[in-house]
Design a protein around this ligand. Structure first.
Ligand SMILES: Cc1cc2nc3c(=O)[nH]c(=O)nc-3n(C[C@H](O)[C@H](O)[C@H](O)COP(=O)(O)OP(=O)(O)OC[C@H]3O[C@@H](n4cnc5c(N)ncnc54)[C@H](O)[C@@H]3O)c2cc1C
Length: 441
């Protein structure tokens, strides 16, 4: 076991999680008289809102992620530790981190910022996870890419149409932004990028089912924008099934049960089911809650005070998707603004300040991509859809990506796809039997 103690006399700020919230907290502390250690279980900061484009071959994993060390290279007061935080000792003010070599590292803190996000929730049906991956991490996106591209490849070599059908049927559980985006992208992949590449199958016949419990897709948007989105999905050829629960998933099919008529049970033969129907706190949230003696909310989030610190622990902050305050949504802006706020409060305290500003969230709205030249954007009273929405969506997402190189690379990939219809980021391999054949068990 190794130990990282604070070698300087400056307050030591440990930030767990270098996602959208954690990175902003670190950056906000750049000029503060503190020492910052950023701990993440991955080496890269990931921009989750474009994960579905990585999963469907439009963007590379490098375009939507940036090495944390690179992003913080000019921040002399910050260092980075690769490892998974798995314990907190609130009395001793230390966290334990499991390193890649399975050793444990103990890190002392004066301030702790927890920004570890959420993970996919299967609502008590954990057995679905092996057949229906969620989309929260880079690994998830690459696993989904493997399944989607692999399904077309398998279908191409099967002798008759009945055998090919389940391989060319893709079911997406959840009609929120992520479900709508991935469903639309699978249809676009099939109808534009793959159209001329196969000899036996016609990829444009790919059936995409969007299975949703509510009575309209994109329930967090206004009914008018939901309707616009639905129209575009219909035009794309996505089959939307509303008012159903997904009640079973196997390697060969997915079952839905009508919410209104529970005896109406339908099984759809499919070899690819994707899950976007909910999130829950990562296990580390429970560790933090127990260590700080606070109760998690229903989704496992940790309640925070007005300044985003935890009650009774003014030195510990929870920001982003994992924090619970005023029913703020789990979206990028909340995480980024929360991270900056926690950083500002710590910087102020480190400079001798005693008052703490409450966190005030500025809602800039939300956006969802439906299809090429179709997106919906809702900001205050302004609703954009169709081509205008699509341009606004593109500008917003480019602005949020970390690093100039990723921004330029993404604009170039989008432009190339628009001009040529091709999607080049489709590499999958079947070298490692453990991971590669998993979808087909
Ligand atoms: C597919 C998808 C699409 C989305 N689209 C949109 C959108 O269009 N617009 C929008 O506003 N929001 C969108 N979101 C939500 C947005 O991405 C999140 O709200 C935001 O990323 C939350 O930031 P965070 O810092 O709380 O967590 P994250 O960004 O998830 O970062 C958490 C970090 O913590 C690390 N971590 C986790 N556990 C540990 C541990 N124990 N030890 C060390 N490190 C750990 C992870 O590796 C990760 O780097 C989307 C999310 C997803 C998954």
């Amino acid at each position: 076991m190794s130990r990282q103690t604070n070698a300087t006399s400056k307050p030591h700020v440990v930030i767990v999680g270098a996602g959208l919230g954690g990175l902003q907290a670190a950056r906000r502390l750049k000029r503060a008289d503190v020492q910052v250690t950023v701990v993440d279980r991955g080496t890269s900061h990931l921009f989750q809102p474009l994960l579905y484009q990585c999963a469907t071959g439009l963007l590379s994993e490098g375009a939507i992620s940036s090495p944390i060390r690179h992003l913080l290279r000019r921040q002399r007061n910050a260092s980075v530790v690769l490892g998974e935080a798995d314990a907190v000792d609130a009395q001793a003010r230390t966290i334990s981190v499991c390193r890649p070599d399975e050793s444990t590292m103990t890190i002392d803190y004066d301030y702790l910022v927890v920004a570890v996000g959420m993970r996919t929730a299967y609502h008590g049906n954990d057995s679905f996870a092996q057949f229906a991956p969620g989309m929260k991490t880079l690994d998830d996106a690459l696993a989904i890419r493997r399944r989607i591209i692999g399904a077309f490849e398998v279908a191409e070599t099967l002798p008759d149409a009945a055998q090919r059908r389940p391989w060319l049927t893709f079911a997406v559980a959840g009609g929120g932004p992520t479900g709508v985006e991935i469903a639309g992208q699978i249809r676009e992949l099939a109808t534009l990028a793959l159209e001329d590449e196969f000899r036996t199958i016609d990829p444009t016949e790919a059936r995409v089912l969007l299975l949703h419990g509510g009575d309209r897709v994109l329930p967090s948007f206004s009914p008018k924008l939901s309707e616009r989105a639905q129209r575009t999905l219909d035009e794309l050829g996505v089959e939307t099934v509303l008012g159903v629960h997904v009640t079973d998933v196997t390697a060969e099919d997915v079952e839905t049960t009508s919410k209104a008529e529970p005896h109406e049970v339908v099984r759809y033969p499919t070899r690819t089911t994707l899950w976007t129907a909910g999130v829950e706190a990562v296990p580390f949230a429970g560790v933090v809650a127990r260590a700080l003696d606070v109760e998690q909310d229903r989704g496992g989030r940790i309640p925070v005070e007005a300044d985003l610190s935890v009650a009774g622990h003014p030195e510990v902050f929870v920001v982003g998707d994992m924090s619970s305050r005023d029913k703020l949504p789990g979206v990028a802006e909340v995480a980024m603004q929360g991270g900056r706020h926690a950083g500002a409060v710590i910087a102020h305290a480190a400079a001798g300040g005693t008052e703490r500003e409450p966190f005030k969230y500025r809602d800039f709205g939300s956006a969802a991509y439906i299809a090429r030249r179709h997106a919906v954007v809702e900001t205050g009273k302004l609703n954009l859809f169709g081509y205008l929405g699509w341009v606004a969506w593109g500008v917003i997402h480019i602005a949020f990506l970390a690093g100039m190189r990723n921004r330029l690379g993404t604009v170039m990939s989008w432009s190339a796809t628009l001009l040529t219809d091709s999607r080049r980021e489709r590499a999958i391999t079947f070298g490692d039997p453990e991971t590669a054949r998993q979808p087909y068990r």
